[in-house]
Write a protein that binds this ligand. Structure first.
Ligand code: NAD
Length: 330
C-alpha cells in the first residue's frame, strides 16, 4: 500500500486532494500533517475521517522533531506539501510568518525527507502562478515554466523562495522532487477570506462587497477537482526535477467573478442583492494586474487536461456554498 504524506490537508486544496485520492485509489494510505491554523477546517474531511486508510497527525512542518517522528513512523513513499500561509492580504501585515511557514517549513520537510528518501520516493511542492508576477494585457502572453520569477508580494516571495531552494536541492543533491504551479483555485471548502466565498457571504447578507481598485485585475481560474487530477497524474507520470504549470484557460476579471456570484445570489438566495453592494476600495500594494497560465507542458507531456466546464463547476460551487457556508462558520 502506497503511503502519501499530505501536509496542510485540512485546508482547501489539501482536503479536496485527500478526498480525490482516497476515492480514486483504493490501495493508498494518507497521512495528513496539519497544525490546524485558522485556515484549517475539520469539517473539510468529515466524510472520510473514519476511513481506515486515513490518519491525522497534528504537527507543524517547521518543527523538525515532529516532522522526523512522522517520517519514521509512516515511511511515506510520497510527500505532497500543501501546508502554507496562503492569504496575500495577510502577508503584507505579517511577512515573517509567511517566511517561517512557507520557506522554513518547506526546508524542514525537504531536509528531513532527504534523510529517509531514496530514488523511488517523490516530493511534490504545491506552488503558485503568483511566483511569476504579472503579465501585460496581450492575451497571447502567458506564464510558462520558463517565465522568470518576479514575485510582487510577501506571499509569492515566500513561495518563490521555497521553489528556488527546492530547485537547488534537485540540482545539487538529486533530491527527487517536482514543483507544481497552479493558478487560482475555486470550489468546495475554501476559506471564507478568499474572493469567491467572501463575496458570496456578503451578497447573501446584503453587506458591502469590497473590491480592490477597479476590479479589472484578471485571474486564471481552475476548479479544485481539476487541480487534484493534475496532481494525481504528476504523482504517476511526472518527471523528477521538473516544474509543471496547472491551469484551465479560464481568465476572468475580478468584476466578472463578482457579477456571476451576485446574479446567483439574487436569483436563489437574496432578492435584494445587486451590484450596488460593490464598494471600490484602495488598490492593495503592487496588486498584480493579470495572471494567465500556459499549461501546455503538463498537457502534452503527461496527457493531463482539465475535465470540468467552468460554468458548470462555478454553479456547483455556488450550490455548495448555499448549502454549507453558514453551517461551517460556526
Ligand atoms: N488556493 C489557491 O488558489 C492556490 C493556488 C495555487 C497554489 N496554492 C498553494 O496550495 C497550497 C494550499 O493552498 P490552500 O488554498 O488550500 O491553503 P489553505 O490556507 O486553505 O490551507 C492551508 C493549510 O495548511 C495548514 N498549515 C499552515 N501552516 C502550517 C504549518 N506550519 N504546519 C502544518 N500545517 C500548516 C493550515 O492549517 C491549513 O489547513 C498552498 O501551498 C498554496 O500556496 C493555492
Amino acid at each position: 500500500m502506497k503511503t502519501i504524506l499530505v501536509t496542510g490537508g485540512y485546508g482547501f486544496i489539501g482536503s479536496n486532494f485527500i478526498k480525490y485520492m482516497l476515492k480514486n485509489h483504493p490501495g493508498i494510505k494518507i497521512v495528513n500533517m496539519d497544525c490546524l491554523t485558522y485556515a484549517a477546517n475539520l469539517k473539510n474531511l468529515k466524510d472520510i475521517e473514519n476511513d481506515k486508510r486515513f490518519v491525522f497527525e497534528k504537527a507543524n512542518i517547521t518543527n523538525e522533531k515532529d516532522v522526523e517522528r512522522i517520517f519514521k513512523k509512516y515511511s511515506p513513499d510520497v510527500v505532497v506539501n500543501f501546508a502554507a500561509e496562503s492569504c496575500v492580504d495577510r502577508s503584507f501585515a505579517n511577512p515573517q510568518l509567511f517566511i517561517e511557514t512557507n520557506v522554513l517549513g518547506t526546508i524542514t520537510l525537504v531536509c528531513c525527507a532527504q534523510k529517509f528518501f531514496n530514488k523511488s520516493n517523490l516530493f511534490v511542492q504545491m506552488s503558485t502562478d503568483e511566483v511569476y508576477g504579472t503579465l501585460p494585457k496581450d492575451k497571447s502572453i502567458r506564464f510558462t515554466e520558463k517565465t522568470p520569477l518576479n514575485p510582487l508580494n510577501p506571499y509569492s516571495t515566500s513561495k518563490a523562495t521555497a521553489d528556488v531552494f527546492l530547485l537547488s536541492k534537485i540540482k545539487n543533491d538529486k533530491f527527487p522532487a517536482i514543483i507544481v504551479r497552479a493558478c487560482n483555485n475555486f470550489g468546495e471548502c475554501q476559506n471564507i477570506e478568499k474572493l469567491i466565498p467572501k463575496v458570496f457571504d456578503a451578497a447573501c447578507k446584503s453587506n458591502d462587497i469590497l473590491v480592490h481598485g477597479n476590479g479589472l485585475q484578471t485571474r486564471d481560474w481552475i476548479y479544485v477537482e481539476d487541480t487534484c487530477s493534475a496532481l494525481d497524474i504528476v504523482l504517476e507520470k511526472g518527471k523528477i526535477g521538473q516544474i509543471y504549470n496547472i491551469g484551465s484557460d479560464n481568465e476572468r476579471t475580478n468584476m466578472q467573478i463578482i457579477k456571476k456570484i451576485v446574479r446567483y445570489v439574487k436569483e436563489n438566495i437574496n432578492k435584494n442583492c445587486s451590484m450596488n453592494l460593490v464598494k471600490h476600495i484602495a488598490n492593495r500594494p503592487a496588486l498584480e494586474n493579470r495572471y494567465a497560465i500556459d499549461h501546455n507542458k503538463i498537457t502534452s507531456e503527461l496527457g493531463w487536461k482539465s475535465q470540468t466546464n467552468f460554468e458548470n463547476a462555478f454553479e456547483k460551487t455556488m450550490l455548495w456554498y448555499q448549502k454549507n457556508l453558514l453551517d461551517r462558520k460556526s
